[in-house]
Design a protein around this ligand. Structure first.
Ligand SMILES: O=C(O)CCC(=O)C(=O)O
Ligand SMILES: [Fe+2]
Length: 356
C-alpha cells in the first residue's frame, strides 16, 4: 500500500494538523528523512558518547518485604535515578498483551487513529499526539503517542477509549498499580516516610497517565530524535520497552549516555522530577532520550505516575526534619505540567522553575 501513495507535500500539515502522525508519514512512501526531523549535528546522539561498560542495576523484587530489596531500590534511586525490576508480578503474557494492544492501535488506518487526535478525541481521558510540543519545537520528534489518563472505574474509559486496546490498557493498569504501590512504599521508606496514607497517595499517584509511545521505522534514525533529552515530570515512571532497545540515560557525572538494554520480562523504573523535589534532591530525576529504529517499528509503554493536578508539591517534612534546608519551593502539579508542555524538550531545565 505504502509505496503507491505520493508522499505529502506539506509535511507539518499532514502529520500534525491532519492528525496522520509520523506513523502516517512513515507509511506514505517517503524514502528519506524530511528536513523537519533532522537534528542539528550537535543535538544528535554522538556514538562516541555511548558508554558500554556501565549499566543501570537490575533488581529482583520477588520478595518486596526483603529489606535488601528496599535498600537496592533506594540506592539505585540516589545513584542512577534509573533501574530495572524483574519478578515484579506482571507475567510475560501481561507484557506481551499490552504491547500487542499498542501495535493494534497504530496498525489502524490513518483516519481511524485520527479520531483520537488531540482536541478531537471523543474522550477527555484519551488523546493521540505526535512529537512533544509540535508547535513549539524547532525539530519534530519521530514519535507518536496515545495517552490515557487513568481513573479507576471510570465509565468513560470503557465507553469511549479505542476498542482495539481499551480493555488491555485497563487490565494492565490494574495490575501495574500493585507494583507501583510497592515501589513507592520502598522509595518513601528511604525518605523516612513510614506509611502512604490517602493524602500521600493523592500527592504521589493521584493522576497516572499511560502512553503507547510509537516510533515507526525511521529512514535515518541517527539524524533524528525519537524523544529528545528530557527528564520526566512524574513521581516515578514505570516503562515497558520492547526488544528493539533505543533508550539512553545520561550518566550522573559526565556527558555520556548509557544504553538501557531490553531485558525480557523487566520493567524500567525511573525517578521523575516530582520525587526529586519531594526528596529534596536525594533521588535523581535523570535525563534520558530514545532513538527510533532503522529496521522496525518500536513501541514503549510508560506509566507516568503523576500527582493529582491540584496536589501541592514540595520537599517532604520527613526529609527536612533534621533542619535540612529545602532546595525547592512549593508548586502545584498542574502548573508544572503545563510549563513542561509549553516548550520543546530542554533536558532538565523544567526543574529550575521550582528551585529556590
Ligand atoms: O520510549 C522510551 O524508551 C522512553 C520514552 C520516554 O522517555 C518518555 O515517554 O518519557
Ligand atoms: Fe521520559
Amino acid at each position: 500500500m505504502s509505496s503507491q501513495m505520493a508522499p505529502p507535500v506539506d509535511i507539518f500539515d499532514f502529520v500534525v494538523n491532519k492528525g496522520n502522525g509520523v506513523k502516517g508519514l512513515a507509511d506514505s512512501g517517503i524514502q528519506s528523512l524530511p528536513d523537519h526531523y533532522i537534528l542539528p549535528p550537535e543535538e544528535r546522539l554522538d556514538p562516541t558518547k555511548i558508554v558500554t561498560e556501565d549499566s543501570i542495576p537490575i533488581i529482583d523484587v520477588s520478595d518486596w518485604n526483603d529489606p535488601k530489596v528496599t535498600e537496592s531500590i533506594c540506592k539505585a534511586a540516589c545513584k542512577w535515578g534509573f533501574f530495572q525490576i524483574v519478578n515484579h508480578g506482571l507475567t510475560l503474557e501481561d507484557l506481551d498483551k499490552i504491547k500487542d494492544a499498542g501495535h493494534r492501535f497504530f496498525g489502524l488506518p490513518n483516519q481511524e487513529r485520527a479520531k483520537y487526535w488531540k482536541g478531537k478525541s471523543p474522550a477527555n481521558t484519551v488523546s493521540l499526539s505526535t512529537s512533544f510540543s509540535p508547535h513549539a519545537e524547532a525539530v519534530l520528534e519521530w514519535k507518536d503517542f496515545l495517552s490515557f489518563r487513568y481513573v479507576s472505574g471510570d465509565p468513560e474509559a470503557s465507553a469511549l477509549w479505542p476498542p482495539v486496546c481499551k480493555f488491555q490498557v485497563l487490565e494492565y493498569m490494574e495490575k501495574a498499580k500493585i507494583v507501583i504501590k510497592r515501589l513507592l512504599e520502598a522509595l518513601l521508606k528511604g525518605l523516612n516516610v513510614k506509611e502512604i496514607d490517602q493524602a500521600r497517595e493523592y500527592v504521589l499517584m493521584g493522576s497516572p497517565i499511560i502512553n503507547f509511545n510509537y516510533y515507526p521505522r525511521c529512514p535515518s534514525p541517527e539524524l533524528a530524535a525519537g524523544v529528545g533529552p528530557h527528564s520526566d515530570i512524574s513521581t516515578i515512571t514505570v516503562l515497558l520497552q520492547d526488544d528493539n532497545g533505543g533508550l539512553y540515560v545520561r550518566e550522573t557525572e559526565g556527558d555520556c549516555w548509557i544504553h538501557v538494554p531490553p531485558v525480557n520480562g523487566a520493567l524500567v523504573v525511573n525517578i521523575g522530577d516530582i520525587l526529586q523535589i519531594l526528596s529534596n534532591d536525594r533521588y535523581k530525576s535523570i535525563e534520558h532520550r530514545a532513538v527510533a529504529n532503522g529496521n522496525k517499528n518500536r513501541i514503549s509503554v510508560p506509566i507516568f505516575v503523576n500527582p493529582a493536578p491540584d496536589a501541592v508539591i514540595g520537599p517532604l517534612p520527613e526529609v527536612l526534619e533534621d533542619g535540612e534546608k529545602p532546595i525547592y519551593r512549593e508548586i502545584v502539579f498542574s502548573d508544572y505540567f503545563k510549563y513542561f508542555f509549553s516548550k520543546g524538550h530542554e533536558g532538565k531545565k523544567t526543574m529550575d522553575c521550582a528551585r529556590i
